[in-house]
Design a protein around this ligand. Structure first.
Ligand code: RP5
Length: 181
């Protein structure tokens, strides 16, 4: 990837609705054992300068805490929630039932079923309670989807994403040309 931060130099930044330090994305997970998977997504949020917060809110071990967090998230600076979980993976679905914020489900490969259990669980939400689920362990896409949702109304974030995508395109084209050498 190109250093997209360099590409942004000299470009004006648009006004922000929320102070830089206030999190726009909450990344919640069922266990600290999910962290290694979540990490790539956090790096994306860091790169694109989207402030985030991370919490451990297990649907089964700390149900009251998950409920409290989910019910109050909408009263804070948070605009999108990424819910990472393995196994039964009820976390993002339960979270979605307690908030009107968009919830992105990140299925984590944590059991002998290789994350398929979590993927299926997250996608089988009942009508009226959507969870936007990404691929197994794909925290990069979970973060990028969160960035897109924020970027729908935050032109500053959208511009950073555009530059980042341009960098990806250049990189793939560079590899394509390398094949001919
Ligand atoms: C889920 O169970 C967590 O999200 C994690 O992916 C999985 C295993 O948790 P640990 O037993 O490693 O804490 O709730």
């Amino acid at each position: 990837l190109i250093d997209f931060v360099d590409d942004l130099k000299g470009k004006p930044l648009g006004p922000r609705n929320v102070a830089e330090e206030e999190p726009l994305v909450a990344v919640i997970m069922g266990s600290d054992s999910d962290l290694p998977v979540v990490k790539a997504g956090l790096q994306i949020l860091e790169k694109l300068k989207v402030p985030f917060t991370t919490r451990i809110t297990s649907a089964h071990r700390t149900p009251d805490w998950l409920r409290e967090f989910s019910k109050s998230a909408g009263d804070t600076s948070i605009r999108v929630i990424i819910g990472a979980a393995g196994g039964a993976a009820h976390l993002p679905g339960m979270c979605a039932s307690w908030t009107q914020l968009p919830v992105i489900g990140l299925p984590v490969k944590a059991t002998h079923l290789d994350g398929q259990d979590s993927l299926w669980s997250m996608t089988q939400m009942p009508r009226g309670e959507p969870v936007a689920t990404v691929g197994i362990n794909n925290s990069t896409n979970a973060a990028l989807l969160a960035v897109r949702i924020i970027g729908a109304t935050d032109l500053d974030v959208r511009e950073r994403l555009r530059v980042w995508m341009e960098g990806n395109e250049k990189e793939v084209l560079r590899k394509d040309r390398q094949l001919l050498e």
